[in-house]
Design a protein around this ligand. Structure first.
Ligand code: SF4
Length: 362
């Protein structure tokens, strides 16, 4: 349960996760049950939660525990990270400390903020030197007798008190130890600042760069400092809602399955085609050619009706779907040699493993 919740909570808010978590645990309460699930079932339950490779890896890891580790979960952070797909340093530390009582620290976004403020670490908090130092601090600080509680308390402190924009320093249980706060009130620090560490003056991998000194208007939120965000990749994709009359008269839509690796692996979508940046005029023509691959019959570009554009932001991609629709008359035989495809009603579409972006398209 800790493992499932930690994976679901990566990059996702608690309020969003709760319902998914409950449905997941109800459907696959044990590792053995999850190991027997298909990727299709996993994607269907995960639909809308984003970062779909997480569900896939969770299921792959469950299979590995059952088939290669005789059903026994690894119990240390080192083994969890080494043996289980999708389990990184943070998740391994969380499972090992919370579930198995290993005295090992964890470093997530909340812990980074708290520790950087406690120790006035002003260098780029995503740099390897800072990350290594934060892990060393977390491992040194963790309570040996109650590591899971300590780690959860430290993360909770970052989530509720030492928040990014307006931290509640007056109510903070560790304010006496906080060097950022001492600096704000001009008090001498009870322990030396990283800035005072004699051996690396002027070239310290943890101090703020000389070009970015303390900004008194920001107070403790001078820490942590983040590197400038990379601009997301801009992509345009033509997508077509192909519609036919189903046997009971209700409309049905063609969905096709994405490849089993890469972005949105194994999910279903309307037939779609990434477009080169400068393509506008030819767009309909190339989409029509592309549709022919599924329908096994020529598709006239002029029959495609432009509906509008749907924008969806993935973590690293700014995606614009250029949406067309096409109503088909008569029966259509799908080409079985193409990627898996099927006709679905609107209700079936929403129950299928489709991404949030595709739900926006319909
Ligand atoms: S005193 Fe303020 S800045 Fe320091 S750890 Fe507490 S909430 Fe964060």
């Amino acid at each position: 349960a800790v493992w499932v919740s930690e994976i679901m909570l990566q990059q996702t808010q608690v309020a969003t996760v709760v319902d998914y978590y409950n449905r997941w645990m109800q459907k696959w309460p044990t590792l053995q049950a999850l190991a027997q699930a298909s990727l299709e079932e996993v994607n269907e339950l995960w639909a809308g939660l984003g970062y779909y490779s997480r569900g896939k890896r969770l299921q792959e890891a469950a299979r590995k525990v059952v088939s290669e580790l005789a059903g026994h979960m690894p119990r240390t952070a080192e083994d969890l990270q080494k043996l289980l797909p999708g389990v990184g340093r943070y998740t391994a530390g969380a499972i090992a400390s919370i579930s198995y009582g290993q005295a090992t620290g964890v470093v997530d976004g909340n812990v980074i903020r708290v520790l950087c403020r406690l120790r006035c670490i002003g260098a780029d908090s995503s740099s390897p030197a800072v990350i290594d130092r934060l892990w060393a601090m977390a491992n040194a600080l963790v309570d040996r007798s109650r590591p899971g509680d300590f780690n959860q308390a430290l993360m909770e402190l970052g989530a509720t008190v030492c928040v990014p924009k307006a931290p509640l320093c007056g109510e903070c249980p560790v304010k006496q130890h906080c060097q950022a706060r001492h600096r704000l009130f001009g008090k001498p620090t009870p322990v030396p600042d990283v800035e005072d560490c004699g051996e690396c003056v002027g070239d310290c991998p943890l101090c703020p760069p000389a070009t970015e000194p303390w900004d008194s208007s920001l107070g403790v939120t001078n820490f942590p400092r983040k590197a400038a965000k990379k601009q997301p990749r801009v992509m345009r994709t033509a997508t077509c809602v192909l519609e036919r009359r189903g046997c009971r008269g209700a409309p049905e839509y063609l969905i096709v399955q994405r490849p089993s690796s890469g972005l949105l692996a194994g999910l279903w979508e309307f037939p779609s085609l990434p477009l080169p940046q400068d393509m506008q005029e030819e767009e309909k023509k190339v989409l029509a050619d592309h549709l022919q691959a599924w329908l096994g019959q020529p598709v006239a570009a002029k029959g495609l009706q432009f509906i509008g554009e749907v924008i969806h932001i993935f973590s690293h991609i700014h995606q614009t779907y250029v949406v067309y629709s096409l109503c088909l008359d008569g029966d259509v035989t799908l080409d079985p040699s193409s990627s898996p495809s099927r006709w679905v009603t609107e209700e079936e579409f929403h129950a299928s493993a489709v991404s949030t972006a595709m739900k926006k398209v319909l």
